[in-house]
Design a protein around this ligand. Sequence first.
Ligand SMILES: *Cc1c(COP(=O)(O)O)cnc(C)c1O
Length: 385
Amino acid sequence: MDIRYFDHAATTAVKEEVLKEMLPYFSINYGNASSIYSIGRNSKRALDNARMQVAMALNCSPKEIYFTGCGSESDNIALKGIAYANKHKGNHIITSKIEHPAILNTCKTLEKEGFIVTYLNVDENGFISIDELKAAITNKTILISIMFANNEIGTIQPIKEIGEIARLKQIYFHTDAVQAVGNVKIDVKEMGIDLLSMSAHKFYGPKGVGALYVKEGINFNKLQDGGHQEKDKRAGTENVAGIVGLGKAIEIAYRNFDKYNEKLTTLRDYYISQVEKKIPEVKLNGDRTKRLPGNANISFKGIEGESLLLNLDMKGICASSGSACSTGSLNPSHVLMAIGLPHEIAHGSLRTTFGDENTREDIDYLVESLVEIVAKLRDMSPMWK
Ligand SMILES: *Cc1c(COP(=O)(O)O)cnc(C)c1O
């Protein structure tokens, strides 16, 4: 059976072109980037090149890019690194209720250490309120961390407006852009972003490598002691092959940006319109247009998300009922709760995230399968009629 993959927000396959760039750094160019002989210098050059590729995509300087082990690590360094380095100035952090666990759980740790965290509400489409943000700022606020785009419902926040407020109040602004990189155009200067997290495996690069942008002049504490790699901020021999993959993947993403964006937007809108036309009692979660180009999150009334996923899996379809990170728990997703969905509607939600290899024919197969499965499950459901 063919696999139809609609879970690109969970991870993506490494592109052929990316893999080809990476391979020599596992074997031929295996030198340690800190060594002065030729194969070491080759690795150093590869790191410099990747840093340049990331900097070009974000409109920043390569000096402002730090490679990490994943998106979660970038988020941890951003929040803890800024909090620890600035605790003499204040102990207050502002974030939102719909962040990824990499942010929310880091905030919980910081709260145990005496930091105060404000979790902003979001409206029914998942947007924070600029007024609520302004009102939450105190003279103890040192950091605002608001995700660029949500991993479950795809909502894209008003990043530039948040950046302006942060700049005006001289508060650092971090954004978890793990879902946005490759899907949204990002200019850290124009948007007033001080720190930004990304992860290669969300944009057709390898797993286990991320990056953190930190604006020049901003001090942050390192979380790991050891060698002096990454300007003494992230000890450990660099994952050269992985970093080369991240650099190549981001270069390809922004080289093909317009075409890719248009393709995903078309597939997404086609999917949403087909589901709305062919299946009664459905609800689109998140904003209809200010959302990630490949993200659709739809609740099916009277359906259990887990049964839906199992039935789709039997048809070779990969999708998600919420965030992959919370799969296995019975609580409805914190994001769907935050946008005010009743429990029973939240439980019947399906996240499909489209990507490069998907076609219109894949979407037709998905919609046909959903029509059949939803009708079957509703027939069996005591929650339905
Ligand atoms: C996937 C994801 C992360 C975590 O990235 P990893 O590289 O898997 O650690 C963080 N934030 C968001 C929004 C994500 O989608």
